[in-house]
Write a protein that binds this ligand. Structure first.
Ligand code: FAD
Ligand code: NAP
Length: 531
C-alpha cells in the first residue's frame, strides 16, 4: 500500500466513517478511511451472530442526511436484521461511491501528532503510513470486543466464538452442546436461536438482565408510506427527545398513579415492546421507588413466562431496571422452558475455568462442544486506547485516560490537537439512537474543518479549562440519575481494572446539540485555534 497524505485521515468505515468521508468529499477535502475489516458497516460487519438486529426501529435507525436515500431505502421489518443493516451500509457506500477512498484490511496501530509538520501520522499494523492535517477517529463505541481472561481459556478442545467477531460463513450448532457466557443484549438476541439448533444449551449468567419483547413484525407498507410522506417531521421529533428517538414519553411520576393505573401503563408499554418501555413514567431513572414499580412488573412477567419457579427466580434481576442497557428480545425468557436449556447462575461464584472439555463453575464441569463468549466490549474507550495515540509532546492517550476518559464534548481531547472522535466518551452516543448522534458529530466536525480552512488555520485544540469544565458537568449530570449507580459497561465495570467513570453524556441529545452549536457559533469557544 503506498503511503498517502490527505487533508483528513479517518479511522473506521462504520456508519460514522462512511458519512464522514462523504461529507468531507462534498466540501472538497481529500480524505482517506482506514478500516480493519474487509468491508463497510462496522458493528453490522462484525456482529453476525444469530438473531443480531437493531433495537431502535429501523425507520429511525438510519441516516437522514440525504432525503433521496431515506426515501428510496425500504426496510422490511420493524427491527432490521444484521444482514439487512449490512446491505444498507453497503448500499450507502456504493450509492456515494465511497469505497475508492477506503483501505480495507488495514488496522491502525499508532497515530502520532507531528508538531513541526502539523500533521497526524497514522501507522498501520502492516507498517504503512497515512498522514493528514486532521485525524478523525470513527472507531466505534462498541467495536473493541472483550473476552475475559478465564483461567484455561485457550485450553478448550472445541470451537469458541465471540458474538462481536462472528464467522462470516455462519455457525451451525445442530447436534452440538453449546455454552453461552453472558446475558447482555447480544446473548439475549442469540440464545433463543442457538437453543432451537443446539442439542443442549447451557447459559452462564453473572447478572440477570431485564429485557422487553421486541414484537418484531414486517413493516406495514401503508405505515411506511405515511412516514415517508413527511420523514423530516419524524426526524425532527426524534431530535427533540433526550435519546434521539421519536417516542411518546409519559411525564407523570410513577408515584402519582394508582397501582392499577401503573399496571395498565406497563401492560400497554410491554405490549408495544421495545426500549420505550422506560418512558412509561417520567421518573423511572430518577427515583428508586418509581424504578422498583417497573422492575417489579418485569419480574412478574418473568415469573408468568418461565414455568420452573427456580429458574424464574434466577432470571429475575435485582438491580435497577434501565441502569444497565435495557435489552429487547424475541422469546428470550420462554427459551428457558425448553428441555434442552440449562441456566447456570454464577452471580455468587465466578466461572472457575475453561477446561479442555467445557466450562467449570461451582465445582461442576459442564461438558460442551462449543463456547460462545457473549461478553461484550471494552466500550467507548477500548477502540481508542488500543491504538497508540500520541498527542503534543508525545503524551499518550491511554496514559491521559488512565483514571478515566477526559474530553471536551466527547469530540476532542486537550493535548491532542487536530484530532476528533465521533461519539467519543463525554458525548450522548450510546444513550441515544446512534445514527442522529453520529450525524450530528460528523456535521459539527466537518463544519469546523471548513471554518478553519476558510481562515487559513491549521491547528485546533481543546483547552484544558474547557475539558475540565465539561468533565465536571458530565459527572454532575450523571450523578443526578440512577443510571450511574450499577456495574454496567457505561461505567467500565465489565472490564477488570478499568476506571469506574460514567462515560457517556447523560444530559440529553437536545441540550447537548444546543451546547455544541453555541460553541461553534462563538468561533469554537473552549478551543485554542492557530499556533
Ligand atoms: P462501528 O460501527 O463500531 O465502526 C467502527 C469501525 O472502526 C469498525 O468497522 C472497526 O473495524 C473500525 N476500527 C476500529 N478500530 C480500528 C483501527 N485501529 N484501525 C482500523 N479500523 C478500526 N445503536 C443503536 O443506536 N441502535 C441499535 O439498535 C444498536 N444495535 C447494536 C447492536 C450491536 C450488536 C452492537 C454491538 C451495537 C449496536 N448499536 C446500536 C451501537 C452501534 O455500534 C452504533 O449504532 C453504530 O453502528 C456505530 O457506528 P460507528 O461507525 O460509530 O462504529
Ligand atoms: P454486554 O451488555 O456488556 O453483556 C456482556 C455479558 O457478559 C453480561 O451479561 C456480563 O455480565 C457478561 N460477562 C462479562 N464478563 C464476564 C465474566 N468475566 N464472567 C461472566 N460473565 C461475564 O455486551 P453485549 O451483550 O455484547 O451488548 C453490548 C451493547 O451493545 C449493548 O448494551 C447494546 O448497547 C449493544 N447491543 C445492542 C443490541 C441490540 O439489541 N440492538 C444487541 C447487542 C448489543 P455482567 O452483566 O455481570 O457484567
Amino acid at each position: 500500500m503506498p503511503d498517502a497524505d490527505v487533508d483528513v485521515a479517518i479511522v473506521g468505515a462504520g456508519f460514522a466513517g462512511l458519512y464522514m468521508l462523504h461529507r468531507l468529499r462534498g466540501m472538497g477535502f481529500r480524505a482517506q478511511v482506514l478500516e480493519a475489516g474487509s468491508g463497510v458497516g462496522g458493528t453490522w460487519y462484525w456482529n453476525r451472530y444469530p438473531g443480531a438486529r437493531c433495537d431502535v426501529e429501523s425507520i429511525q435507525y438510519s441516516y437522514q442526511f440525504d432525503d433521496d436515500l431515506q426515501q428510496e431505502w425500504e426496510w422490511s421489518e420493524r427491527y432490521a436484521t444484521q444482514p439487512e443493516l449490512l446491505r444498507y451500509a453497503e448500499h450507502v457506500a456504493d450509492r456515494f461511491d465511497l469505497r475508492r477512498d477506503i483501505r480495507f484490511d488495514t488496522r491502525v496501530a499508532a497515530a502520532t501528532f507531528d508538531e513541526a509538520g502539523r500533521r497526524w501520522v497514522l501507522e498501520t499494523e502492516a507498517g504503512d503510513r497515512v498522514t493528514g492535517t486532521w485525524c478523525v477517529m470513527a472507531t466505534g463505541c462498541l467495536s473493541s470486543f472483550n473476552t475475559p481472561d478465564f483461567p484455561g481459556r485457550d485450553s478448550f478442545d472445541g470451537a469458541t466464538y465471540h458474538t462481536g467477531r462472528w464467522p462470516h460463513e455462519g455457525v451451525d450448532f445442530s447436534g452440538r452442546r453449546v455454552a453461552v457466557i453472558g446475558t447482555g443484549s447480544s446473548a439475549i438476541q442469540s440464545i433463543p436461536i442457538i437453543a432451537e439448533q443446539a442439542e443442549h444449551l447451557t447459559v452462564f449468567q453473572r447478572t440477570a438482565n431485564y429485557t422487553i419483547p421486541a414484537h418484531n413484525t414486517p413493516l406495514d407498507p401503508e405505515a411506511v408510506r405515511r412516514v415517508k410522506a413527511d420523514y423530516p417531521a419524524l426526524r425532527a421529533w426524534g431530535k427533540r427527545m433526550v435519546n434521539g428517538i421519536a417516542f411518546h414519553p409519559n411525564p407523570k411520576p410513577a408515584g402519582e398513579a394508582t397501582a392499577e393505573e401503573r399496571r395498565d401503563v406497563y401492560e400497554r408499554r410491554w405490549a408495544e415492546g421495545g426500549l420505550t418501555f422506560m418512558a412509561a413514567f417520567g421518573d423511572l431513572m430518577l427515583d428508586d421507588e418509581a424504578n422498583a414499580t417497573a422492575a417489579d412488573f418485569v419480574r412478574g412477567k418473568i415469573r408468568e413466562i418461565v414455568t420452573d419457579p427456580e429458574t424464574a427466580g434466577k432470571l429475575c434481576p435485582t438491580n435497577i431496571i434501565g441502569c444497565k442497557r435495557l435489552c429487547v428480545d424475541t422469546g428470550y425468557y420462554a427459551t428457558y422452558n425448553r428441555p434442552n436449556v440449562t441456566l447456570v447462575d454464577i452471580s455468587e461464584a465466578p466461572i472457575e475455568a475453561i477446561t479442555p472439555a467445557g466450562v467449570k463453575a461451582q465445582g461442576v464441569e459442564h461438558a460442551v462442544d462449543a463456547i460462545v463468549f457473549a461478553t461484550g466490549f471494552d466500550a467507548m474507550t477500548g477502540a481508542l486506547t488500543r491504538i497508540d495515540i500520541r498527542g503534543a509532546g508525545g503524551v499518550r492517550l491511554r496514559d491521559k485516560w488512565r483514571d478515566g476518559p477526559r474530553s471536551y464534548l466527547g469530540l476532542a481531547v486537550a493535548g491532542f490537537p487536530n484530532l476528533f472522535t465521533v461519539t467519543g466518551p463525554g458525548s450522548p452516543s450510546v444513550l441515544t439512537n446512534m445514527l442522529p448522534s453520529i450525524e450530528q458529530h460528523v456535521e459539527w466536525i466537518s463544519d469546523c474543518f471548513r471554518y478553519l480552512r476558510g481562515r487559513g488555520i491549521d491547528r485546533i485544540e481543546a483547552t484544558v479549562t474547557a475539558e475540565d469544565d465539561w468533565v465536571a458537568h458530565n459527572a454532575e449530570v450523571a450523578g443526578n440519575t440512577l443510571r450511574s449507580t450499577c456495574s454496567s459497561w457505561y461505567v467500565g465495570a465489565n472490564v477488570p481494572g478499568k476506571p469506574r467513570v460514567f462515560m457517556p453524556y447523560i444530559g440529553g441529545f437536545p441540550a447537548y446539540v444546543e451546547r455544541c452549536d453555541a460553541i461553534a457559533a462563538k468561533g469554537y469557544e473552549g478551543f485554542a485555534l492557530g499556533a
